[in-house]
Design a protein around this ligand. Structure first.
Ligand SMILES: [Zn+2]
Length: 279
């Protein structure tokens, strides 16, 4: 699967000017999942080595409407800013990834459980008999190969994403944290990603451990998660991503103060700070 290549007939390119700058817009229909995805490319990728890349999972509520219960919109903005600052890079936008692959309708069902029953992002999915994460990163690997990318520096806090891309034949030379500010509406979701999904979110240190108010019987523990605060592979010596997104509900008691995140060298924070919506 991973060695499949994109057919030129399934790819279309144009310039695309967005609020933040001018990109090359590469739309493609993936031969495996049949979805139409998008890559925004900036600059000449040259030899294709160590290209700064964000592989972003679609989240219409966060990306389009600036929902605050997850950090997707802020991460999308921060990733585009990082690529623009670097002057070279790619943002791959993967559709069909809503709610870590369960789809929009089921994602909203999990949000209802989070709000009404206090379940976290993991338990609200399993309570509905849904998988916790079924995202396929094959399309990202295929489009990056099509674009001539040989190795990437991946903007992500999610060690599982690094592994998944490598399993699809992509060389990840480094993982670069993509941290966004915690605030009243997203802290519970972020701590669940840290504690139950193994995301590397050092800026949440001090935030209380995530917990479902009522964990359903038979609910699994961490999914492939290392212990909080450690264990993830970060090739640039730091760590972090918040991705994907069956969103978590607000829990103001858990909210740490504004984060002045002590920073890894390549650390990226969202300058807009708490309450900023996706623009
Ligand atoms: Zn989201």
């Amino acid at each position: 699967m991973s060695e499949l290549t994109l057919d030129d007939a399934a790819v279309a390119e144009s310039d695309l000017v967005v609020r933040r700058g001018r990109f090359r817009c590469v739309a493609f229909r993936d031969p495996v999942d049949g979805q139409e995805h998008l890559a925004l490319v900036l600059g000449d990728l040259g030899d294709g080595e160590e290209v700064l890349v964000r592989v972003h999972s679609e989240c219409v509520t966060g990306d389009v409407f600036g929902a605050l219960r997850c950090e997707c919109g802020d991460q999308l903005d921060a990733a585009l800013d990082a690529v623009l600052t670097e002057g070279r890079g790619v943002l791959v936008y993967l559709r069909g990834h809503e709610g870590r692959g369960i789809g929009l309708v089921d994602k909203v069902r999990t949000q209802l459980l989070q709000d009404e029953q206090g379940l976290d992002t993991v338990d609200s999915a399993t309570a509905l008999g849904l998988p916790v994460d079924v995202r396929d990163y094959g399309p990202a690997a295929r489009v990056l190969r099509y674009l001539g990318t040989r190795s990437v520096r991946l903007l992500s806090n999610n060690p599982d994403k690094v592994r998944a891309l490598e399993e699809n034949g992509l060389k990840v030379a480094a993982r670069i944290p993509l941290l966004v500010a915690a605030h009243a509406d997203n802290t519970r979701y972020l701590t669940a990603k840290r504690d139950r999904l193994g995301h590397d979110l050092p800026h949440l240190n001090g935030a209380p451990a995530s917990r479902s108010t009522h964990r359903p019987q038979g609910s699994p523990g961490p999914v492939g998660a290392p212990p909080p605060g450690g264990g993830s592979r970060t090739t640039d010596g730091s760590g972090a991503d918040g991705d994907g997104d069956a969103d978590g509900g607000p829990d103001p008691q858990d909210v740490p103060g504004p984060q002045g995140v002590p920073g890894p060298r390549n650390h990226i924070t969202e300058p807009g700070g708490p309450g900023r919506t996706c623009d």
